[in-house]
Design a protein around this ligand. Structure first.
Ligand SMILES: NC(=O)c1ccc[n+]([C@@H]2O[C@H](COP(=O)([O-])OP(=O)(O)OC[C@H]3O[C@@H](n4cnc5c(N)ncnc54)[C@H](O)[C@@H]3O)[C@@H](O)[C@H]2O)c1
Length: 428
């Protein structure tokens, strides 16, 4: 079988991550084109993958305007720029790996799904956690009947105090109008997981509360400057850009999040200092144009009477290491981060430990999310190569429904009421 040929749309952090699959598995995947207005990002991929100059574009529209020249696209553009390329490439007949969130409005999500269905192309939305081994282990244990009927899911997403400051106060996901609301940006994965673990049961009602705490101008300490490098009280601030970035570079850590602050190589103290002096990541966290929520809870009621609670919390030590507790009629599961998963059996009153298989590090390389990015890309490549969509565990309708649930939860919060979910996923 000849390798699948892929065009990368958006050669930022995520686009580059997925492209890396081709480094280890060139017999299965070949990167044949790239589009990004940041030409230095295109150049990086062009050199790594030997992309012909004619297949390097400064905008997705240029690439979509050409006759189809690859089997599939990876769309890893900013949140607000998903629908345009997804519909255009589907209409050209490309199979699509689309970064989450699918799009930032319900209408756009629906349009993407119908474009993919109309053109009979594969759509895989990057709900990477579905391919994460602790998530799979939990699903396997639930499906085996080990805890009987699921009654409640209690799931917490710890965003991490410095990560929130980086991405959601200073960074690309800080402002709802410019990107999306934080439940969509951060927790569309978690809503998807709750639905996945409760497969077969339909959510019928949601309620939600949340707020933006602490990262507002009224919390700015007396004497604080508008940039950390000029700040007299910086040493007392846990969110200081010096602590988050300068310390890392001093320790030789120039990958994410430093690579976002200084996207051009080489990264050294001089280039970082310049970026912190002039760019968004050097700003005081109490002086930014951020408005996305730092904490939000969502309650779900399912058709069979089961309940679930999702808790997004910013002020945590852990970054993204979800804490999950699932109660069933015969037992209980709990898992923290990468596992193991613990199963307590009510009959025997014994706890068993279930290890989660890690992805082989040789295949994962720099692909993060505990190997889940690798497994997601692997499933997509196999689906395109074989034409068999069953490799993909997040089909278009499934993903649409979990996104609709996120929009419904946000509406519940904004309107301060319980939202009903209808059979077809629509809500009122
Ligand atoms: N699945 C996950 O767990 C996960 C994790 C992080 C981010 N994301 C999502 O991935 C997407 C990309 O995030 P990122 O961190 O890589 O951001 P990024 O800013 O590093 O990359 C986005 C790239 O898109 C490029 N771009 C902008 N306009 C373009 C255009 N018109 N044509 C082509 N390219 C264009 C930008 O120049 C940039 O290089 C976002 O939607 C984000 O929410 C998903």
């Amino acid at each position: 079988m000849s390798p699948v040929q892929v065009l990368i749309i958006g050669a930022g952090v995520r686009g580059e991550t997925y492209a890396q699959y081709a480094l280890n598995y060139s017999e299965h995947l070949q990167v044949v084109g790239v589009a990004d207005p940041r030409l230095f990002r295109c150049k990086r991929l062009q050199q790594l993958y030997n992309i012909p100059a004619g297949n390097v574009f400064t905008d997705w529209q240029e690439a979509a305007g050409r006759e189809k020249f690859a089997d599939c696209v990876v769309i890893a553009t900013p949140d607000q720029l998903h629908k345009g390329p997804a519909v255009a490439f589907a209409d050209r007949g490309y199979h699509i790996l689309l970064e989450k969130p699918m799009a930032v409005t319900e209408e756009d999500c629906r349009e993407i799904v119908s474009a993919c269905e109309r053109n009979n192309v594969i759509l895989s939305v990057c709900h990477v956690l579905r391919y994460y081994s602790p998530v799979q282990k939990i699903k396997e244990l639930i499906d085996s009947g080990a805890i009987g009927e699921v009654v409640n899911i209690h799931h917490m997403e710890p965003v991490g105090f410095w990560h929130f400051a980086h991405s959601f106060v200073r960074g690309n996901w800080r402002n709802t109008t410019e990107s999306s609301f934080s439940l969509l940006a951060k927790c569309c994965h978690d809503v998807d997981l709750i639905r996945y673990w409760l497969s077969g049961s339909r959510c019928v009602k949601v309620s939600s509360f949340g707020s933006l705490l602490h990262f507002t101008p009224d919390n700015k300490p007396a004497g604080a400057a508008s940039r950390c490098l000029d700040c007299q009280v910086e040493s007392t601030c846990p969110y200081s850009a010096k602590k988050i970035y300068v310390r890392r570079v001093e320790q030789g850590q120039t990958g994410w999040p430093v690579s976002v602050v200084c996207p051009k190589e080489p990264v050294d103290i001089e280039s970082l200092t310049e970026a912190l002096r002039t760019g968004p990541y050097g700003r005081c966290v109490y002086d930014c144009d951020n408005d996305v929520l730092s904490n939000q809870v969502v309650n779900f009621q399912f058709e069979g009477g089961q309940t679930a609670c999702l808790n997004m919390v910013t002020f945590t030590q852990e970054v993204g290491e979800r804490q999950t507790r699932i109660s069933g009629t015969k037992g209980e599961l709990r898992c923290s981060g990468a596992g193991p998963v613990y199963l307590y059996d009510f009959l025997t009153q014994e706890e068993t430990k279930h290890d989660c298989e890690a992805a082989p590090s040789s295949s994962v390389g720099d692909m993060p999310h505990g190997g889940a990015d690798f497994f997601l890309m692997d499933a997509f490549v196999k689906a395109v190569q074989s034409g068999n969509q069953s490799h993909i565990v997040t089909g278009p309708q499934d993903t649409l429904h979990s996104h609709l649930l996120v929009f419904a939860a946000e509406q519940a919060r904004l309107q301060d009421r319980v939202i009903k979910i209808h059979q077809d996923g629509s809500y009122s």
